[in-house]
Ligand binder design. Sequence first.
Ligand code: TXA
Ligand code: MG
Length: 348
Amino acid sequence: METKLWNIDQGKEIYQEAAELLRSGETVAFPTETVYGLGADATNPDAVKQIYEAKGRPSDNPLIVHIADAKQMQEFIAEVPEKAEKLMEAFWPGPLTLILPIKPGVLAESVTAGLKTVGVRMPVHPVGLELLRITNRPIAAPSANRSGRPSPTTARHVEEDLSGRISAIIDGGSTGVGLESTVLDVTSDTPVILRPGGVSTEQIEEVIGEVRSARNIPKKEEVPKAPGMKYTHYAPLAPVYLVEGGAAFWDKQIKRGLDRGEKVGLLLSDELAAEIREPVMKIKIGSRAQMDEIARRLYDGLRLFDHTDTTLILAETFSKDGIGDAVMNRLEKAAGNKYLNETSELPR
Ligand code: TXA
Ligand code: MG
């Protein structure tokens, strides 16, 4: 199939055309404030099937439903708990996905992968929001990448992964947050963060008090999980290692990699880059003092390695405060949790 590429500078008509494609059961990629999403009509099983096929996504990994107006939820949500109301008030439109109990029979079953809950979010990006408003249907939209790859923060990233596999892409420039929405399960009394993201735990707790993190809940306890989080994710082609240590430790690991004949590439902050002496490729993603910027540039940085001959990626680790929690969550997934530190150095 040929993939249409629209730019928002082409004018208002593109929203009508894109909405028509969505209403007729086709797939359209569009920018949100987090990452680009691959949208399809959530009430149309054939349309939703195209999302799974284009991405190569496992069928047991449910999709997030996007809306432009909270009233749309009445059609497919059974009940909105009080804490959810407060959060919608505080963070919608914005990068927070709420897991809510579903009213059966409206959404395609494949959207929820058979679960009795569904993730709902209202994006704040003007392009995404306008498209949803004009389409006026609940739109299922996972990140617009091939399954397992870093999420797309530009239309170019979407093209890299999905050109020829989807009907259209709307290019609205780089996304703002750069990491996906926070996924919060609000079906239990103490809500559970299933995926850290654009709204931090600290921000959520300011509004509704204590929440739990899926990470901190013992395995034996019965808790909902985000099925998507069990898969390898956000990974460039070369293996990634997370490095904990100062510049001297970095230099030592780089030397070891070079001695092994690896093409070593580094993903790091401006500050650390200035300290590393070994002459290897450095992809800088901003200042440590500006974690928002690190978040915004992370996926582009990871994807850049795929256009080089790098065979081994060493990545910096960051503080888990605020958005740092989401940054480290994605880096740990990209690295498959492989750390280099005093107790586990790169093998010679
Ligand atoms: O920022 C975002 O959330 C982006 C943009 C496009 O909106 N979307 C996104 O979707 O990241 P996706 O499909 O890549 O990630 C959705 C995550 C997955 O980990 C999935 O397992 C989880 O949300 N999820 C969806 N529905 C769920 C449910 N009913 N219960 C638990 N987890 C759910
Ligand atoms: Mg994704």
